[in-house]
Design a protein around this ligand. Structure first.
Ligand code: ZN
Length: 132
């Protein structure tokens, strides 16, 4: 499986993660193919936990972003967030979130590392990130 994302989008997420004392988060909007997730928009959402060790997207902002995407004929293909202290791999808390939101989870850290994952049949699988 591939997550296809433009360099400038990935850079914008990493740049914001580097500057933020708390975890940043948001939605990757685009189109799903058979085994591809193509990102067409990156939508930052407020982390209402305001925490360096967890995130929860503001529900109202989420609904607005999803509504807007639907109107433009695109959908949620992924969720992104940052880790401020640990490597960009899903935490226990993230795994619970992945069960609720079975899309690609893109995680970045402040050292420009990143990883993308999906939960399939209860197991975490790595998704290849294709930068275009
Ligand atoms: Zn996390």
């Amino acid at each position: 499986m591939y997550l296809i994302i433009r360099q400038e989008y990935l850079s914008s997420v990493i740049k914001k993660a580097k500057k933020s004392p708390i975890e940043i988060c948001g939605l990757l909007l685009g189109r799903r193919g058979e085994d591809t997730f193509r990102v067409e928009e990156v939508h930052f959402i407020t982390n209402r936990l305001n925490s360096p060790a967890g995130f929860e997207m503001d529900p109202l902002e989420m609904v607005r972003a999803i509504d807007g995407a639907e109107k433009r004929g695109i959908e949620v293909v992924g969720i992104f967030h940052s880790h401020t202290r640990c490597p960009p791999r899903p935490s226990g808390r993230d795994l619970r979130g992945m069960e609720l939101w079975p899309v690609v989870w893109l995680i970045v850290d402040r050292e420009r590392n990143y990883g993308a994952y999906v939960l399939r049949n209860g197991r975490v699988e790595k998704v290849d990130v294709k930068i275009v």
